[in-house]
Every structure is written in C-alpha cells, then in structure tokens.
Design a protein around this ligand. Sequence first.
Ligand SMILES: C[S@@+](CC[C@H](N)C(=O)[O-])C[C@H]1O[C@@H](n2cnc3c(N)ncnc32)[C@H](O)[C@@H]1O
Length: 307
Amino acid sequence: TYVTPEEERLMQWIIEEGGILKATVGRTAQGVRGVFTTEDIPKGETVIMIPPHLVLSVRSVAAADDATFLLREMHTPCSRLKPYMDVLPKEGQVLTGYNFPEEYVQYLADDHLVMTIPEAIGRTNMSLPYWEYVVSLLSSRTFSMRKNTLSMVPFLDLMNHDPRNINQLSDSATDIRLIAGRDLVKGEEITITYGNMRSDELLLYYGFIDTVTQPPRLLAVDHRNYKPYGSEELSDEPITGPPELVAQELLRLTAILARFESRLEQLGPIPDTIPEVADVLRGLHAQRRETLNAEIRRLEGLARSEL
Ligand SMILES: C[S@@+](CC[C@H](N)C(=O)[O-])C[C@H]1O[C@@H](n2cnc3c(N)ncnc32)[C@H](O)[C@@H]1O
C-alpha cells in the first residue's frame, strides 16, 4: 500500500490543527482507498478526532442544491480547507447515481426508479459532467451528524462502508470523533456504516454494492413497502402469512422478475465501455436475480405447505 504526498499533507494538516489520528490512509486488497489503524486500539477509545473548524458543512437538502458551496471551496486557491480539497477524488473517480454514465442509465432504471440527474444548473460555462461530479462528491462523502446539515469531514470521509456497524462516530460541540467499536489491531481497516442500505441504494448514492451481507438482501426497489423517495425503513421481516398475503407477494415478485428478465433480454449484453460500471451493474443484476428467485422459492414452499 502507499500514501500520496497530498494524503500525507492532509494528515499533517489535521495534526497541526489539533486533531488526533491513530490511523493512516491506505488501500484495501481490492485497491480501494481507505483508513487503517497505526496501532492497537482498545474498544471505546478514540481512533480519530477532527476539530470542527476543518469541517465543510452545507444544508441538508437534495445534494444538487448546495453543491455550489463545495464547488466554491474547491476553486478558492487559498481555501482554509485546501489540504482537504486536494485529496478529494478527481473527476472520473467518483461514481454515484448523480453522474451515472448516460449509456448505462437504462440498465438501472426500472418502473419507478428514476435517475436523479440534477434538475437545473442554469446557464453557466460549466459542463454537466463536471456538475454531476461535484454533486456526486457530496452524495458519497457527507455525514448527516447535525440536524438539517450535511458535513464533509476530512479524513473521516476516507472511511469505507461495512454493513456490520463496527465503529461509532460521536459529534460534540468541540470535536468529531471516531470511537473503536471493538478492540482494533494495528493495520486493520477502519470502517463505518453508511446506513442500513441495500445494494441498489448503495449503488445510487455511493457507486458500489453490498457484497458482505450473505445471503444478499432483496433490493429496495423490489421490497413490498418501497416507495420512490420514501423514507420509511424497509423491514427484513419475511412474510409468513396469511395465505392471501403470501399469494399476493408471490405474484408481485414473479411479475417483477419476469419484467426484469425481459427488459435485460431486450437491452442485450451490458456494454464494456467502462468496465468498472459494467461490473457493478452485473453484480447488482446477479443479486437481484438471486434474491428474487430465493424469495419466490420460499413463498412457493409456504404456499404449498398451506394447502
Ligand atoms: C466516503 S468515501 C470513502 C473513501 C473512498 N474510498 C476514497 O478513496 O475517497 C465513499 C466511497 O468509497 C467507496 N467505497 C466505500 N465503501 C466501499 C465498499 N465497501 N466497497 C467498495 N467501495 C467502497 C465508494 O467509491 C464510495 O463512493
């Protein structure tokens, strides 16, 4: 693994500004940049502390609405947050639903899943892909720790997601801390959870899918209580009855699977223009097929045993 000069500068800057880092930037076995411990850290102890004056906060509205604040910070040569801005992934290195390549959108869109391309950017000399990139940065790198606020926290935004909620963030008036959720050993990756998200939600907001949870979970769009833009938590509780409900759910999922397969057949193979995007879509489709089939088989078993 390696650390770039910009990443070194970021860590040095955080220390100079009064922060605490018992961690360094590194790369996972898959080559994804992340955060790794530099010493053994007992459960309950601080792993990282970031002083609040290093945080860029914007209103918690649709990511697109406040991306101008991030844009300004990125383009101010003597920004107080320059070391932080220098380490953000470059254009072309961020993938979320906001800048999903046009060619691939049709492989993602479903009956009611609409791509959240920024609504309006006005007449500026900035290209749409660039705007989408800035919005994607906000989508994939903010914490909602304070009410109505999205915060970009340097270094903490380098932590990758793990659905197993291991370490905890704590936010006080004086600092933002990451607390070890169990005894951590030197050199291990430090993760947090981005929330209780299913693979399709992770792909839209963060550009990757959950490959940790086994067996994989039904996609959010396939869940019986899914509503576009809904904020209701989608339960993992399986349907066990009454028989009418089992039959109804069986019909619903069978119809979804048939529509999905016929849509993919019409579209033909996913083009390999951008292999990483094609791969993540193939992974999503495989999970969708697997989870729908598994749930259909389970419901069929239930229906049979009820006869
Ligand atoms: C908050 S950033 C984390 C740091 C990021 N890896 C970086 O180098 O800047 C979120 C992004 O990290 C990547 N990421 C986070 N968790 C991941 C995971 N479990 N598997 C694959 N990529 C992940 C995705 O690209 C996501 O949009």
